[in-house]
Design a protein around this ligand. Sequence first.
Ligand SMILES: C[S@@+](CC[C@H](N)C(=O)[O-])C[C@H]1O[C@@H](n2cnc3c(N)ncnc32)[C@H](O)[C@@H]1O
Length: 283
Amino acid sequence: MAALRALDEAVVSLHLEDARGGEARFFELTFHVGGDDEEIPALDEAEQVGVEGKGRLVEVVREDVLGPVRPSRVAWTGESGYVFEIDLGGYLDTGIFLDHRMTRELVGSMAEGARFLNLFAYTGTATVHAAGGGAASTVTVDLSQTYLSWAERNMKLNGFSGRNHRFVRSDVVRWITEERASKRRYDLIFVDPPTFSNSKAMGKDTWSVQRDHAELLIGVSRLLARGGKAVFSCNLRSFKPDTETLERYGARLTDITADTIPEDFARNPKIHRCYLVERIETS
Ligand SMILES: C[S@@+](CC[C@H](N)C(=O)[O-])C[C@H]1O[C@@H](n2cnc3c(N)ncnc32)[C@H](O)[C@@H]1O
């Protein structure tokens, strides 16, 4: 299958049917195409990445992304009293994941006085909730300059700017390693990684939340200040946390998924999984 053409920056979603257990399930994979340090994926690579050889490509959603990018249709929406920029034209994702709105409210409710960190921040909607909830400072990290600029616009739209709000373009895995070497620590961290990524920036050939979450969350837990908490979410329906490894390295997970599923997703409660992450003493 032909490689995707270079697009300025676009998001392509593919549906893979999982052959496991004879059950037809669909995975949505997100590839970030373009940018300085990202590879343009071929669709047959996506097939390998998707379900580790057990899936097959059954559908390409929005084949129009293979042609010119559709023009943006920028609009604004409201949530919990905040204003967010959305794009109803140019991207597959509109700029706001609706299934996470209770998670964002939770982040806002925990943010008073906190040094807040948003990893894989996308359009920074959780940073806005944290700032609105009284965070003392925010750091918003994402690999994509497009999303980082969008996050900054969302913050400004809601009146949050200045030295206490930083935006960092970086690979999260690399950034965590560097940040651990510094003295900076955070009281509240939101971490919402992609399910799969074939970005070489993640330091491995592929990123898989199931395979790599323990390493990520151990790193995240080391960035927590004493008494700090992280909120970790992921959209892999079959996700199972490796609690044994995590506890061995001093990170305890509490499943709070049920408290974060909005009413209109109640019939589809597997839309995401959500956990609180805390440091524990290890013997
Ligand atoms: C929030 S995650 C995906 C969230 C959602 N749970 C899902 O599975 O679709 C998407 C964001 O992660 C960013 N991203 C992907 N890989 C990254 C990396 N290695 N470092 C930093 N940000 C990354 C993307 O640019 C994008 O803004």
